[in-house]
Design a protein. Structure first.
Length: 289
């Protein structure tokens, strides 16, 4: 697991941060899964490589993780370390395939017409990671899969609101065109980092949709699976606080410094999540208005 651990430790990801609450076996398993997600995402995002070459590389990752899922011999080191995790927790190739499809969407799709299209993207790049993760966390009630889907969409929509400026610098606008039209925001304003009250109204509508997914996740998590989902619940708490911070700043992400939670704030949330877990909390630490 050295390769996967190195990738995880190098990352400043909130997802990697959440692993600290897991027992070692599951922490190592999540590091292997995270390393796979990180690597395929990096392939899709490397704009120094021509699009068709990236498409070929993603196809190679798809074929190699399929070998790992079918008890054959994967070629990539990440997948070699992931293979025992796939076998132990019965991770399905179909989910890895969906995740790679999400990465492929970033090669082809720079705009999303409506929320339906955007939510398909959110499902593939975030909810699918949740569906893989809960197999490692362990659950008793299959409704936990709905929880993973809802929470994944909530987290990804929060990411999208945070990263509007950096995505625009890459020529991408994830905010749905239908919402831009509704609030009379021209895409040139986003590409030029121009903030307005109209943009605030647009971002608020997307945030409201994210909040609804947080609430659905909160309501859907089966009580009998709450303890096993401690890492996912920490993710929910971190991103909920991030969404609140974005809201306090009126979603103005066009400044020189990105909006994010401080390290002490994240550490406090980890401690709070651990304490809630230890004391047997019966509600989620997010989704309350």
């Amino acid at each position: 697991m050295q390769h996967s651990r190195a990738i995880t430790q190098k990352s400043a990801s909130n997802l990697a941060l959440a692993f600290v609450l897991l027992p070692k076996e599951k922490r190592d398993a999540m590091s292997a899964l995270y390393a796979f997600c990180r690597e395929v995402d990096d392939v899709a995002d490397d704009e120094n490589v021509p699009t068709e070459k990236r498409r070929e590389q993603l196809a190679e990752w798809r074929a190699d993780v399929k070998r790992a899922c079918e008890n054959q011999s994967p070629q990539f080191l990440t997948n070699k370390e992931l293979q025992p995790v796939i076998q132990k927790f019965s991770l399905r190739f179909e989910l890895f395939d969906e995740l790679i499809k999400g990465c492929e969407m970033d090669l082809d799709t720079k705009r999303y017409e409506n929320f339906e299209q955007l939510e398909l993207y959110c499902y593939r790049v975030a909810s699918v990671v949740g569906l893989l993760s809960i197999e490692i966390f362990g659950y008793k009630n299959p409704v936990a899969r709905d929880y993973a889907i809802y929470l994944g969409k909530a987290l990804q929509l929060t990411n999208i609101l945070r990263d509007v400026k950096t995505d625009a610098e890459r020529g991408r606008i994830y905010l749905p065109q239908s919402e831009l039209n509704k609030f009379k925001v021209d895409e040139s304003e986003i590409l030029d980092s121009k903030y307005s009250e109209r943009y605030f109204a647009l971002a608020t509508s997307v945030a409201d949709r994210a909040k609804n997914f947080y609430r659905l996740a909160q309501k859907t998590l089966p009580p009998e699976d709450r303890k096993s989902m401690v890492a996912a619940e920490l993710m929910g708490a971190v991103y909920w606080r991030l969404l609140q911070k974005l809201e306090r700043n009126k979603f103005n992400v066009f400044g020189a410094q990105p909006l994010k939670l401080s390290k002490p704030h994240k550490l406090a949330l980890i401690f709070q999540s651990w304490l809630r877990f230890t004391l047997g909390a019966t509600t989620s630490n997010y989704g309350n208005v």
